[in-house]
Write a protein that binds this ligand. Sequence first.
Ligand code: NAD
Length: 257
Amino acid sequence: MDFKGIAAVVTGGASGLGEGAARRLATEGARVTLFDLNQERGESVAKDIGGVFAKVNVADPESVKAGFETARTAHGHERVLVNCAGIGWVEKTARRASSGDIVMHRLDKFQHVINVNLIGSFNCAAISAGGMLDIKPGASGRGVIINTASVAAQDGQIGQAAYSASKGGIYGMTLPMARDLAREGIRVNTILPGFFETPIYEQMPPEVKVNLAANLQFPRRFGSPAEYADLVAFMVSNDYINAECVRLDAGARMPPK
Ligand SMILES: NC(=O)c1ccc[n+]([C@@H]2O[C@H](COP(=O)([O-])OP(=O)(O)OC[C@H]3O[C@@H](n4cnc5c(N)ncnc54)[C@H](O)[C@@H]3O)[C@@H](O)[C@H]2O)c1
């Protein structure tokens, strides 16, 4: 698919991997709308790339609907959706606290992670695919949807039940979604990032980052948003990649902790 002049929506586009993808798509000639909760950063990135910002909570269907209206009014129907909005979470399924009390995973926290990461991604994808059906197909079909899961979809660590379930759901829905949309000329792919240098790790002590990096093969460093954006660009431009879940992780295989 040719990038020039096409409309694209990037959720979570105000920061980290989403910002990297939005910048790359804009550089390639796409007209980009960013969906994010972070208005200040979102507006600043949008201004930088000549795009549009819409304050959207991907977990709120009304907010998502309004976001797509804003995007389509500004740029027409998007041919590219990159689902990047997401949150992390660490909590054990059940544990004995130092007081001796038994503490279970809070259900509302589990549901929140699923709502944002999984249901948010699904809803944006469904609305985007619905909109793409109105676009006349070109030589490259109607469009492409790119989701962002995580290596935790396959090798989740201790405390990652909620996060891994949300990302495993994204992994699992990739093939059936691609099958649902194949006849309409819409491709669906998912990226499973390993460890990338983004604000998601801002609060993390340096020694934890060093421990995580020890699980990498080569290169033994965190990835950059530009490296993630390279794979996004490949998944847009190469019409033959479809229904694929690709780990982008420097060979990392995560141990239990
Ligand atoms: N950074 C990594 O190493 C890594 C690894 C694996 C997977 N991921 C996934 O990549 C995606 C991007 O992560 P990142 O590292 O760039 O994080 P980030 O925190 O830098 O960016 C995430 C963005 O999503 C936005 N967001 C959060 N909840 C939202 C909501 N309900 N509605 C709209 N926007 C919302 C945030 O405001 C933020 O701008 C996430 O889905 C994350 O799980 C990241």
